[in-house]
Design a protein around this ligand. Sequence first.
Ligand SMILES: C[S@@+](CC[C@H](N)C(=O)[O-])C[C@H]1O[C@@H](n2cnc3c(N)ncnc32)[C@H](O)[C@@H]1O
Length: 360
Amino acid sequence: MTDQPAPTLPELIDMQIRTTGPMSVATYMGLCLTHPTKGYYKGADPLGAAGDFITAPEISQMFGELIGFFIVTLWQQMGSPREFTLLELGPGRGTLMADVLRVACRAEGFRDGLDLCLFETNAALIVEQNARLEAYGARWIDGFDKVGPGPLLVVANEFFDALPIRQFVRAEDGWHERMVGTNNGRRVFGLNPTPIPASAMPQTLAEAEINAVLEVGLASGEVMNRLATTVSTQGGAILAIDYGYARTQTGETLQGVRRHQYADVLDAPGEVDISAHVDFEALGTVASRAGLAVEPLATQSQFLTRMGINERTSALIAANAGMAEELSAAKARLIGPDQMGNLFKVFCAASPGLQPPGFA
Ligand SMILES: C[S@@+](CC[C@H](N)C(=O)[O-])C[C@H]1O[C@@H](n2cnc3c(N)ncnc32)[C@H](O)[C@@H]1O
């Protein structure tokens, strides 16, 4: 008997399509990103110049430091609780949290009461997170029921965009779910032939034009629901930064990125980062139903400016004159309107009565 090589992820996906028929975009995205052994987020560290993309905390320490001020301000507003959980979703290399804690732990009592929880799927990144955050007693959780009983502060940068979305396309006879199937051996998009009942679609989209695409993030809603329900009973806040939109809208945002270039999402499953813009209105609805107060969505530029990025840049330049150009370039990248400043949005849902800084 000869040893057969294990099937690749593209082979597994194509085999599943041949066996059970086309799969939803959400199933496809979930397999591509988090298949237990071959998913994109199960492989090597995808961040940085040698990887596929770069994120705000990797651009400058100022990003995490200003979020550190945000966190410590809320912690103080809550009466500086002696026991609380700080949870980061998808912490990447641990850079954001290390910058947050360098600032926040200057507040007396913060470090003593800190229960640092990390929610992460990637083993290579967990090693990097451990290297940066072990000293703070970080623990990794695989479910949100594992957070401590005290107030809960949650931070997520570019996490929700990595969760699977379903897509629905408007046709003459109503909305149909978009599926991934195969044609002549190639992966292709198609539509589920059965239309979705109009009553199941948002009323605001009743007049949507033919071929309009609606994206629905059920997994994001589920994560938000679990966390908002916990924050609602234990106190705290959720801060999420991502590219996304303020009002539920039609439009296709599913995208693939590989080696810092756009890539076809249907090619090379498991090797391409797939993401979609976040529907912040939908997340806000979930959070407010759970009893939280939702701040008006801010752009990354507005939030970081209100949190003091200009002053922080000047202070760092004053202390490191030789780095003036680098620091100014990093600030421009984070808040420039044609860079990350307007594309990225900052969402906050908090216990009623708290006044999260950085919002209008
Ligand atoms: C785009 S990266 C952002 C990393 C980091 N927050 C940053 O800003 O640099 C997405 C992060 O979410 C993690 N992730 C993606 N899908 C996940 C899932 N389903 N469960 C847990 N972590 C996930 C990835 O491994 C990675 O750490």
